[in-house]
Design a protein around this ligand. Structure first.
Ligand code: ATR
Length: 286
């Protein structure tokens, strides 16, 4: 029986998951099909219940369902529970549904494998305080950073995120994204991570960088989790400043790789998935 697996989201126009997951399934010649399952909120419960049928690996979950889906599952992994969001569902052998969040792994694995960066003891500035920022902040605290400054347009949201983190001994503070205090923190940062949608293709501010010119020092690693375009205005600015850069595509691939391993029990072909993601992005932007 052909195994089914797919992604729930709404709308699902630009998801790259079908391309990179199908490439991985095909690499092992598995009889399995990964599909896009655009699902409006009022159909989600019914669609998730369908995962209990035989012949299903599970699913990925994306915007806007990552929180709502939690109440439709039988079991939640501890990281998913801590973040309050599920991006991967695994159908277990008895038909029970387990929820995971592989974004933390995706964030840390891309930092380590693609940039050789270990967060332990490092000073980090994070821009943004939405859903993506939350996974990144939990990952950084779990990685034992020395300090984590969170800057956001809406400062109250940065403060709320800090209050939710079990800081693990990290110094934490909240800033306005345009404050002079933030400029000082950036000047001393080992890592700056952008988790806002500024600079994303199709967003209201595709040509902007979240930081002012001069904010980035050459010794810093600048990580933009925006993956489209591959070189965002922030990354171009970082290159100009002589800093090292990391784009968002590897995080997408590594969170997908972790999901693939949970569904199949096989080691994910990361290079194959990375190449498929690059191809899918090129096709999309053509
Ligand atoms: P996601 O789940 O992708 O993180 P989100 O929860 O909507 O999406 O978060 C988007 C982030 O980008 C937020 O930090 C948002 O700032 P606010 O919390 O103040 O809304 C930030 N953001 C988006 N557009 C922005 C802009 N033009 N200027 C500054 N920050 C922006």
């Amino acid at each position: 029986m052909t195994q089914r697996v797919g992604i729930f989201g709404y709308p699902l126009g630009h998801s790259m998951s079908p391309a990179l997951q199908q490439a991985a399934l095909d690499e092992y010649a598995l009889d399995a099909l990964y599909e896009a399952w655009p699902t409006p909120p009022d159909r989600l419960a019914e669609a998730v219940a369908g995962l209990r049928e035989p012949g299903c690996y599970g699913a990925n979950v994306t915007v806007p369902h990552k929180e709502a889906v939690m109440g439709m599952l039988d079991r939640l992994d501890q990281q998913a529970e801590a973040i309050g969001a599920v991006n991967t569902i695994v159908t277990e052998s008895d038909g029970k549904l387990a929820g995971y969040n592989t974004d933390i792994y995706g964030f840390l694995a891309s930092l380590s494998s693609e940039a050789g960066f270990d967060p332990a003891g490092k000073r980090v500035v994070m821009l943004g305080a939405g859903g993506a920022a939350k996974a990144a902040a939990f990952a950084l605290v779990e990685g034992n950073v020395a300090s984590l400054d969170i800057a956001n347009r809406t400062v109250a949201r940065a403060e709320a995120l800090i209050a939710e983190l079990r800081s693990n001994g990290a110094e934490t503070s909240a800033f306005a994204i345009d404050s002079t205090g933030l400029a000082d923190r950036c000047a001393n940062a080992d890592l700056i991570v952008n988790c806002t949608s500024i600079g994303m293709r199709g967003s209201p501010s595709p040509d902007a960088s979240p930081l002012l010119d001069g904010a980035i020092q050459p010794g810093c690693l600048v990580y933009d989790i925006v993956y489209n375009p591959e070189v965002t205005p922030l990354l171009a600015q970082a290159e100009e400043a002589g800093a090292r850069t990391l784009g968002g595509l590897p995080m997408l691939v590594y969170q997908g790789a972790a999901a693939f391993e949970k569904w199949t029990g096989m080691s994910a072909p990361v290079e194959v998935m990375m190449a498929a993601a690059r191809r899918a992005m090129e096709e999309q932007t053509r």
